[in-house]
Design a protein around this ligand. Structure first.
Ligand SMILES: NC(=O)c1ccc[n+]([C@@H]2O[C@H](COP(=O)([O-])OP(=O)(O)OC[C@H]3O[C@@H](n4cnc5c(N)ncnc54)[C@H](OP(=O)(O)O)[C@@H]3O)[C@@H](O)[C@H]2O)c1
Length: 209
């Protein structure tokens, strides 16, 4: 049975024109140099405490490959020691014990496996996986950090959706760095599979390794 307290968040940072990476996957534009006088600062202690409230991460394979490249460049691993589920149909390198690969039905995976096990579940990209999560009605919340830059073209925050998704604006914060943090709650019912029994997952042929 799904955990009624579980909460699925989609979070990404994007340019003002709605791109999460350049067409070739580069995110160099994220280093902006704006200053918004009167904006809030990011208190490192608050950030650290907040990250502790996240119980697991979910990401697409291309986002994982970007994370591996960052790590190889000495830029660290952004997901701490939290379980990190990578959606892929391929065999990818596994550089740490916390990483698990999954392929198969995403709704059954989230509702039958993640929701009963974890409370705060964060989808951290990319555009393809975020759109799939919304299309299937799996997300409770969308956190959108807008950076003060336009990049003209790139990978969109959400791949095309086939229907409208009504949102409720729950929080707005403007930071000294010029970034604006928006938090929206997804209105309406979660996906129809919310009450899936974990046995459905076992019988669905989904792979968790
Ligand atoms: N700005 C930000 O905050 C931010 C955040 C995250 C990522 N990014 C950037 O976004 C780019 C990647 O985004 P993207 O939209 O191209 O790709 P993505 O969503 O990261 O990954 C898509 C891939 O995940 C796999 N996949 C998706 N759904 C699946 C499912 N249900 N089951 C199994 N596998 C599934 C497929 O790959 P397989 O071929 O492996 O099966 C698919 O091609 C990167 O450049 C990254 O740096 C930016």
């Amino acid at each position: 049975m799904a955990n009624a307290d579980s909460y699925v968040t989609i979070h990404m940072a994007a340019s003002l024109d709605g791109f999460i990476a350049r067409k070739d996957g580069r995110v160099d534009w994220m280093e902006t140099s704006d200053e918004f006088v009167g904006g809030e600062t990011m208190d490192p202690e608050f950030v650290e405490a907040f990250l502790k409230t996240i119980d697991c991460y979910v990401m697409g394979s291309r986002t994982y490959e970007t994370a591996l490249r960052f790590e190889a460049q000495g830029l660290g691993w952004s997901y701490g020691d939290k379980p990190t589920f990578v959606l892929t149909s391929r065999e990818l390198p596994r550089t740490r014990d916390t990483v698990r690969f999954h392929s198969g039905d995403l709704a059954q995976f989230v509702n039958g496996h993640l929701r009963p096990t974890f409370r705060s579940i964060w989808f951290v990209g990319g555009g393809m996986v975020s759109a799939e999560c919304l299309r299937l009605g799996l997300a409770d919340e969308v956190r959108y950090s807008i950076l003060p830059i336009l990049i003209g073209d790139g990978i969109p925050f959400f791949e095309k959706l086939d229907q409208d998704v009504a949102l409720h604006l729950a929080e707005v914060k403007a930071y000294q760095s010029g970034m604006v943090g928006l938090r929206y709650e997804v209105r309406g019912d979660r996906g129809e599979l919310m009450n899936s029994d974990p046995e459905i997952l076992i019988n669905s042929g989904s792979r968790i390794s």
